[in-house]
Design a binder for this molecule. Structure first.
Ligand SMILES: Cc1cc2nc3c(=O)[nH]c(=O)nc-3n(C[C@H](O)[C@H](O)[C@H](O)COP(=O)(O)OP(=O)(O)OC[C@H]3O[C@@H](n4cnc5c(N)ncnc54)[C@H](O)[C@@H]3O)c2cc1C
Length: 397
């Protein structure tokens, strides 16, 4: 293999490039990016970048000279437009073509559009560095920010805005924030956290319309409520960035369909990060994971697969979120959970576990970091649910 192209200049792509060099790949290595900036880290975009005046350069995943030192040619602001798998070429936006012997797909995810305000430049979203800079520039104490969506990134934006002295309203469709991930108590715990900090959280609320005028926006809900806003942010999830692969012949299914070792349906093409839909052997479940650690680990794994490794990518997903003065750490899954055990719940602490088909599959720890490692091992070992609950009761005694 002489030429490897990595498409997607972010976390999974950079880690794939780094691992390729570490595994001894000495050929031509090109990293293709849609963005103008060198690859940077996204989690601070909804945290430190909104809370303090953080220079964007501080977010870079690698120092600027790392690419040259590692023989990685970077094509910035030149997204891949098409994949011609028959001739093994990637066609870029400027019509240039890159031939490959091996290809890593790492184009991540794109923010989901809000249908009522499709493409309106006054509506904020948060996925890129430019998004964060633009949003931060509008923050000022006393302004009213309305956040549409009750997911993790949106709640982080709400917390950061509130900490900067803005009035904040969260509009969540479900019965509680985070209800796409957690049933019941965890979402309610977050609702309580935000309300104690002065956020107006409106659950079970669907958006009807957003109308902009000279002095801000008017947000109308389906129940007839009308909210005036200076800033409106949509945080309604993301979708895998796979449009450019549409006519390539690759199998797409909620992202790029991959084998357990992260190969795609095309020869010499692997994938990593938010874009990947694969069967995780630990859970026996098809999944797509939009977490930081997953992008790092899959980037490295996909690189080794391209160079001949055949091990499946078996992992217990890990995620964190920072809101106000709390850090939540989460391991595993909640999808299809049929059991929940609340081990501890106070205003500053929450420990909960989730089970499915009689086995422990997930655990959330807020204000209790040391328990996480124990749960990760228990999930990896497919610990029976009753045993996991009994162990947590014993530990609590
Ligand atoms: C604001 C924010 C906060 C987050 N906070 C957390 C957190 O606290 N904890 C956590 O675990 N995870 C968090 N995440 C998720 C985590 O950052 C992602 O899971 C991770 O960035 C995924 O990496 P990726 O490389 O797969 O995709 P991405 O980071 O989405 O990068 C994909 C890259 O590919 C580029 N691209 C897209 N299409 C093309 C194309 N056709 N050609 C070339 N390039 C293309 C994109 O522009 C982008 O640069 C957060 C994400 C965001 C947006």
């Amino acid at each position: 293999m002489d030429r490897i192209v990595v498409v997607g200049g972010s976390l999974a792509g950079v880690n794939a490039a780094e691992a390729l060099r570490e595994h001894g790949f000495n050929g031509e290595l090109t990293l293709v990016s849609a963005e103008e900036s060198l690859p940077y880290d996204r989690p601070p975009l909804s945290k430190q970048m909104l809370l303090e005046d953080m220079a964007p350069e501080k977010l870079l995943l690698k120092p600027t000279d790392w690419y040259e030192q590692n023989g990685v040619t970077v094509a910035l602001a030149n997204p891949a437009r098409r994949l011609d798998s028959a001739t093994q070429r990637v066609v870029l936006a400027d019509d240039s073509e890159l031939e490959y012997d091996g290809l890593v797909l790492a184009t991540g995810s794109s923010v989901r559009e809000l249908s009522v305000a499709h493409g309106d430049p006054r509506l904020h979203v948060l996925h890129s560095m430019e998004d964060a800079v633009r949003l931060r520039a509008e923050f000022a104490p006393g302004k009213h920010l309305v956040l549409v969506g009750g997911g993790f990134i949106g709640l982080e934006v709400a917390a950061a805005a509130r900490a900067q002295g803005l009035d904040v309203t969260v509009i969540a469709r479900g019965p509680a924030p985070l209800s796409r991930v957690f049933v019941g108590d965890v979402g309610q715990w977050y609702q309580g956290l935000h309300e104690r900090n002065g956020v107006d959280v409106r659950c079970g609320s669907a958006l009807e319309a957003i109308e902009w005028g000279v002095d801000g926006a008017v947000v109308t809900l389906k129940n007839g409520n009308v909210i005036k806003a200076d800033i409106v942010v949509a945080g309604v999830g993301s979708t895998p960035a796979v449009e450019w692969l549409a006519n390539s012949g690759i199998e797409l299914s909620n992202g790029v369909a991959c084998t357990p070792d992260l190969k795609t349906s095309l020869p010499n093409v692997v994938a990593a990060g938010d874009i990947v839909n694969w069967r995780n052997p630990i859970f026996g479940e098809q999944m797509r994971v939009e977490h930081w650690t997953n992008a790092v680990d899959q980037g490295r794994h996909a690189a080794s697969t391209l160079l001949g490794n055949r091990d499946p990518f078996a992992s217990v997903p890990y995620f964190w979120t920072d809101q106000f003065d709390t850090k939540m750490r989460f391991v595993g899954r909640t999808t299809g959970a049929d059991q929940t055990n609340i081990e501890t719940m106070t205003d500053d602490k929450l420990v909960a576990t989730f089970g499915r088909d009689g086995v422990l599959i997930g655990a959330v720890c807020i204000g209790s970091p040391r328990q996480l490692a124990k749960y990760k091992v228990a999930i990896q070992n497919r610990t029976p649910w009753d045993e996991a609950v009994e162990a947590s009761l014993t530990a609590a005694r």
